[in-house]
Design a protein around this ligand. Structure first.
Ligand SMILES: [Zn+2]
Length: 472
């Protein structure tokens, strides 16, 4: 039945976007590196300002912001440039949940109304959903393509070339990681994604056999799993991971020990920072001098955890992100809860003037206050992985009464049977006391015994903190 009603039309992906305009605004590699990557600070500021005002205009159409900003007495037109950014009230995942309670899918932060808007091709990915239902994030073609272009840029910066094979150990499921990696590699790098998935989808031994036979040049995954793969190859299959020809380990490094992972695989490890809502936001180039923020697509802030005011270079704070390209669920001052610091303003040898962050040190909401001291499980992991008698696998158990006497016990896997558990426990206990300024217990166990608690070989979201406190 012919119809002129726009709402009855089935949308087509390729026709829903002006690709030339998109690539002009957000140049993909390798073009990006010839001009846009080398922009001066002034040029970057002016592009950010212009895109920020456009993003604000879109955000005012989104019910979530009308509610959140309206409650703070803000009105359209109050924010006249990026200089006013600090005046906008930030938000966190907790604020998003209010809208989700009313509408679990088309939540008010998405800003798309299926009852009234013209059809547009959409996809959904979710948060990990460790508590309650996973949080949906819907992407329009524009949102998705910018994220894909940035994946392509990041891979180019980290040495990926056309026809390279990239072995990806992230799952293709509700969460964005694997799906987004596949799209970006496929569309904007010229390389070929090999979607092996987590150890639950393709056993670790089979993954190593594939790597040996197909010879991918790069590995993408969580550091814990990449380390696990290397150890399975070396110790169980008697294959030296360094003989497998991997050149790059493309990871979100966190506080994991880069050097140990690089030595194990004989490859360079590159740090990357991204999230389910926005894709990659910052990445290291081959000089490994901090993660360069893709500032034509994001405004990043690093703010004090308590005062929420900007911290100076070198001081730790929490990441706030503002997107400059999103139609569905634009993010304006989203408190990511990730702790980082700005890298010094010395220019990287790659020539970019974009600002850089040093690394991600943990999550401010994962932070445990133990007898008045802030403890990051990730920092404990960094100390564990420095001890050669452990394979670096650990999990922190919180016990006792919430608000009363609380204790943390760190369970650690020994590398093999030759390791004395009591010696390892005693030494780590002393090391933790010295580095964290608070006493925690240590229990050493055999290799693989923490698997069930952490989910290491089954999921890509590895648990490092288990809260067993009794709520009073
Ligand atoms: Zn660089």
């Amino acid at each position: 039945m012919p119809s002129t009603d726009q709402r009855a039309k089935v949308p087509r992906y390729a026709a829903s976007l002006d690709f030339d305009a998109l690539w002009g605004d957000f140049p993909p590699p390798d073009e990006y590196f010839q001009v846009a990557y080398l922009r001066s600070r002034d040029e970057l500021n002016s592009i950010q300002n212009q895109r920020f005002l456009r993003q604000m205009k879109r955000a005012w159409q989104v019910p979530f912001y009308k509610r959140h900003w309206g409650a703070a007495g803000m009105e359209p037109g109050d924010i006249r440039s990026l200089d006013d950014l600090q005046r906008i009230p930030p938000f966190s995942v907790h604020d998003l949940r209010i809208g989700l309670e009313k509408e679990p899918f088309w939540a008010d932060y998405i800003g798309i109304d299926p009852e009234h808007d013209d059809p547009i091709p959409l996809i959904v990915q979710t948060s990990g959903g460790t508590t309650g239902l996973p949080r949906p994030m819907i992407f329009t073609p524009q949102d998705r393509e910018v994220m894909n272009i940035i994946t392509g840029r990041r891979l180019f910066m980290q040495g990926v070339k056309p026809f390279d094979l990239i072995h990806v150990t992230l799952s293709m499921g509700l969460t964005n990681g694997g799906v987004l990696a596949r799209e970006g590699i496929w569309k904007y790098s010229g390389a070929v994604p090999v979607m092996a998935g987590s150890g639950a989808q393709t056993s670790t031994r089979r993954q190593i056999e594939l790597i040996q036979a197909w010879k991918p040049k790069h590995l993408i995954g969580f550091p814990a799993y990449i380390k696990h793969m290397g150890l399975v190859a070396r110790d169980e299959l008697k294959i030296d991971p360094r003989s497998l020809g991997i050149k790059g380990l493309i990871v979100h490094l966190g506080v994991d020990d880069r050097t140990a992972m690089e030595r194990l695989w004989g490859a360079d490890a590159y740090d990357t920072y991204g999230c389910n809502e926005c894709g990659t936001m910052a990445a290291e180039c081959r000089h490994k001098s901090g993660m360069h923020v893709f500032e034509d697509a994001f405004v990043m802030e690093v703010n004090d955890v308590e005062t929420l005011k900007p911290v100076p270079v070198g001081e730790r704070g929490v990441v706030f992100i503002t997107t400059l390209f999103k139609h569905a669920a634009p993010m304006i001052r989203y408190n990511m809860n990730d702790v980082t610091s700005w890298a010094a303003d010395t220019q990287c040898a790659c020539g970019t003037h974009q600002r850089s962050i040093t690394g991600i040190y943990g999550r401010s909401d994962n932070m445990v206050k133990l007898r008045g001291v802030n403890v990051f499980p990730e920092a404990i992991g960094a100390l564990v992985s420095k001890d050669a008698r452990s394979n670096g696998e650990y999990v922190c158990l919180l016990e006792g009464e919430a608000g009363g006497r609380e204790d943390m016990i760190v369970m650690v896997e020994a590398l093999d049977d030759s390791v004395s558990h009591s010696a390892l426990e005693g030494d780590l206990k002393a090391r933790f006391k010295e580095a964290l300024s608070v006493k925690v217990g240590v229990k050493a166990v055999g290799r693989g015994e923490l698997d069930e608690l952490t989910g290491l070989s089954q999921t890509s979201k590895i648990k490092r903190l288990i809260d067993r406190r009794i709520k009073m």
